[in-house]
Design a binder for this molecule. Structure first.
Ligand code: HEM
Length: 450
């Protein structure tokens, strides 16, 4: 087994047992497909897992070589369908056992974002296996998709029940116009250098099970060890974006196009190019936005009141960096996450303010070892609540569960600006809590009871 010495005092990560999706960037640009499968017959399900293991295992062939990223994950009902023993099922995180739909109210998935309106089969007990295929080009996608199709051949007890294609524009921009996927933590032992020189790499146990996390302890891990080790929890959410409503909202509040761009940037914490407001607060700097060595190299400590980047901006809420430092403060490092989100649906053409009724948005993907203190904490305490920034009534202006009455404060001199009557710009179409096991664990799953 290849092991790489992490940081000087770091853990040894079993890199060739960990599925690529958690630790490594997806290709960019990418084209991809998510597939959901239902297991109706246990033996067929196990045979499927055996075959998927072959595709996921780089040692077994060239399918995942190069930039292609293929990840296999299971829901709780999926592990049940495979016959994982009850004692083992009970050892998974409680949130995973409950599933995302059961957590909806706490997560703010209510009203049009509530499970009753979710796209079938998302949130139902029919979703058992989730596959993510992300490739640099169509040729590679076609090749892997064919392998996945072949893996289901002559297994009538396995049904493909959902599919969603995704893609990235060459500019990296997503439906609201912003470049996404920039702010990511580095992970000790992954061999990938940090993009923010001011943030120490996270302990591997924050992202991969079986290693100490930031508390110095091993995170609770599913048993037996062969199943839990080198796995990670994955959150998968289909988020529809109301792009016309977002553009119309900004148009109605800005004096001109320039101010529209500025207000949009204030809501996100970055300009559309990806350039951070913390570094360039007054004008966009597309060269900075494009430069991976500089576009994440910043902190907020010199801007405690948010004159450069509002404390309520989406990216600052989601990762306040050093801005919460101080006595009794929350340890931001306990709430970091790997994001592997992608973009789906055609872009709304520039300048269009009318809703064309087309579905477009983000497939939000989280990877980490603590569903509750990472994903759920950030979603509920930082995005859907404003207590931590001293504005209890303010939710995230871009992705918070606003209902037309919310506001967003843009600190400025001489008087702050308050953007009122925020409507919802993001609607949850559904999602799942999954577990992406290590490769040995996949073999174990394929062979339970044999
Ligand atoms: C449709 C929904 C969403 C959109 C359009 C969106 C968009 C963005 C954009 C444009 C950025 C800045 C670029 C970057 O650093 O990658 C960002 C950063 C981020 N977002 Fe979101 N986001 C969405 C939902 C979420 C959710 C649900 C969460 C977590 C629960 C989240 C967590 C983060 C984090 C952690 C960062 C990085 C912050 C940093 O390290 O600077 N986002 N998002």
């Amino acid at each position: 087994m290849t092991t790489v010495d992490a940081a000087p005092a770091g853990a040894l990560l079993e890199l060739d047992d960990i599925q690529a999706g958690a630790l490594y960037e997806r290709p960019s640009p990418y084209v991809g497909t998510y597939v959901l499968l239902k297991i109706e017959d246990r033996a067929d399900g196990r045979e499927l897992v055996r075959r998927l293991h072959q595709i996921a295992n780089p040692a077994a062939g060239a399918e995942t070589a190069g930039d292609t990223s293929f990840t296999v994950a299971f829901t709780y009902p999926g592990l049940e369908a495979l016959g994982v023993p009850q004692a083992s099922l009970d050892s998974f995180a409680p949130e995973f056992q409950q599933g995302m739909a059961a957590r909806a109210e706490a997560l703010g998935d209510v009203g049009e974002s509530g499970p009753a309106s979710w796209e079938w089969p998302l949130g139902s007990t029919d979703v058992h296996v989730a596959l993510s295929i992300l490739c640099p080009g169509e040729a590679e996608r076609a090749q892997i998709a064919e392998r996945v199709r072949a893996a289901q051949a002559e297994l009538p007890g396995v049904k493909q029940i959902w599919r969603q294609d995704c893609y990235q524009l060459a500019t990296g921009r997503t439906s609201f116009g912003f470049k996404d996927g920039i702010g990511q933590p580095a992970v000790e032992g992954s061999g990938r250098p940090p993009t923010n020189p001011h943030e120490r790499p996270l302990k591997a146990g924050e992202i991969v099970l079986g290693y100490p996390d930031e508390t110095g302890e091993l995170p609770p891990m599913p048993t037996p060890e062969v199943l839990g080790r080198n796995g990670t929890y994955v959150v998968f959410r289909k988020l529809h974006t109301k792009v016309a409503a977002y553009r119309t909202y900004l148009r109605g509040r800005a004096k001109n196009r320039q101010e529209e761009d500025l207000l949009g940037a204030k809501m996100v914490g970055r300009w559309q190019s990806g350039a951070p407001l913390a570094v360039t607060p007054d004008v966009d700097d597309p060269a900075l936005g494009r430069d991976p060595r500089r576009n994440n190299a910043f902190l907020f400590g010199d801007d405690p009141r948010g004159f450069k980047c509002p404390v309520g901006a989406h990216a600052r809420r989601a990762n306040p960096r050093d801005a919460l430092d101080g006595e009794g403060s929350v340890d931001v490092r306990l709430h970091r996450m790997i994001r592997r989100g992608t973009s789906y649906g055609p872009m709304l053409p520039p300048g269009v303010l009318e809703d064309d009724g087309v579905d477009r948005g983000i497939i939000f993907v989280f990877a980490g070892t603590h569903l509750r203190r990472q994903f759920e904490f950030v979603k509920t305490q930082w995005l859907n609540d404003g207590i931590f920034i001293g504005a209890p009534l303010e939710k995230d202006p871009l992705v918070g569960g606003n209902d037309g009455t919310g506001s967003f404060t843009v600190p400025q001199r001489p008087i702050r600006r308050r953007m009122q009557d925020l409507p919802p710009f993001v609607v949850t179409r559904g999602g799942e809590y999954c577990f992406a096991p290590g490769l040995r664990a996949m073999r174990w799953l394929a062979e339970i009871g044999s």
